[in-house]
Design a protein around this ligand. Structure first.
Ligand code: SF4
Length: 360
């Protein structure tokens, strides 16, 4: 049996039942593909339902405020995906008069849509015979056909693409692409696949040559950046202070408390010597009521070592009011905040000292 027949037989028995496979609406499939770019199906499904119920059509999304889109996305990470979805929805509404692009080439013009997503939408919805190659597909092709090129270089990607195009079932590109994705997610998994039950075991190059752990060729390790954050949860009566992150950095457009970032950990006894602390709080009678232990928060290429300081003040300063928005502590929930802060606010110290401080 050839590759596509074996794959198709496997898929007939093992296809995953996924909510976005029950629709032919390109908008919904696009949303699901963007969510799944960096997220596992189990976590992504709940977000998919939430997103579609809040923004059921591209028009709803195009008319949404960025803060509302980010709020639905909160906790999913890689927030650029949400901002790109919004920008692309506006482009579809305003530049294409609401007509969803229906070819691979047109889909590529949408912000945040790369070759994989364009291939997925074009083949799943419009049955265009184009590949949808993600990490699963690179892994399967590298192992079965012994492709040693790196999937992390443009030359290597071109090699994989050529192989997939040649293998592809052009009369059912939707099923072929979905079958490959499912095969990578369920059978030819990254670590310790159960090769003994695999339909390709008799001609899989990696299996026959004991290279299952070696293929596909791995990415060069990217250096991790360590950062030290001290967040100031400043309480002025029932109010506190937040601002929106603007720079080209992690968590762009999300809200956070006043932040002191330092090269090294900022010791508790040094906090009040810090220039930022002095600028924001020196003339406000600050009283530190809680200093958290260090929390380690992992991002893809960064490690954030964070501490939270809860401070009561009796008067505000110009330094604070010029740079931060004064909001009621009970309204924090309505702002999109990074998971790091969300986790702290859900923990007991924040509940006790910040959201509901004991009455004097
Ligand atoms: S034999 Fe093992 S490595 Fe080869 S395709 Fe099957 S699961 Fe993947």
């Amino acid at each position: 049996m050839d590759f596509k027949t074996l794959l198709s037989s496997w898929y007939t028995i093992n296809a995953r039942s996924l909510p976005w496979r029950e629709t032919s609406d390109p908008y919904k499939i696009w949303v699901s593909e963007v969510i799944l770019q960096q997220t596992r199906v189990a976590q992504g499904t709940a977000y998919y339902h939430r997103f579609i119920s809040k923004f059921p059509t591209v028009k709803h999304l195009a008319n949404a405020h960025e803060d509302d889109v980010l709020k639905v996305w909160q906790g999913l990470g890689y927030y650029t995906r949400a901002r790109n979805l919004l920008a692309a929805a506006k482009y579809i509404e305003n530049e294409l008069n609401g007509r969803f692009p229906n070819t691979y080439q047109e889909l590529l013009k949408l912000k945040g849509v790369g070759q994989y997503s364009a291939g997925a939408i074009a083949s799943f919805v419009f049955k265009e015979p184009v590949p949808a190659i993600d990490g699963n597909v690179y892994r399967i092709i590298a192992r079965i056909f012994g492709v040693f090129d790196s999937p992390y270089t443009s030359q290597g990607k071109a090699v994989f693409r050529k192989v997939v195009v040649e293998l592809m079932n052009k009369s059912a590109p939707d099923q072929f692409n979905q079958a490959l994705l499912d095969f990578g997610a369920l059978q030819c998994v990254p670590r310790s696949p159960n090769c003994s039950i695999c339909p390709f075991v008799h001609y899989c190059y990696a299996y026959k040559n004991n290279l299952v752990d070696i293929l596909p060729t791995k990415a060069k390790k990217i250096k991790t950046r360590n950062r030290h954050f001290t967040y100031l949860l400043i309480r002025h009566g029932d109010y506190t202070f937040i601002s929106k992150r603007k720079s080209k950095d992690i968590w762009k457009s999300l809200y956070e408390f006043p932040l002191i970032e330092t090269e090294k950990p900022l010791a508790a006894e040094k906090l009040q010597d810090d220039d930022e602390w002095k600028l924001l709080l020196a003339s406000s009678d600050p009283e530190i009521v809680y200093f958290s232990p260090t929390v380690k928060h992992l991002l893809s290429h960064q490690v954030i070592m964070a501490r939270f300081v809860i401070v009561n003040i009796t008067k505000t300063t110009k330094g604070l009011l010029d740079r931060f928005k004064k909001v009621h502590t009970s309204s924090i929930d309505s702002y999109t905040i990074p998971t790091l802060i969300d986790n702290f606010l859900a923990a007991e110290p924040a509940e006790k000292y910040f959201l509901n401080p004991p009455t004097p």
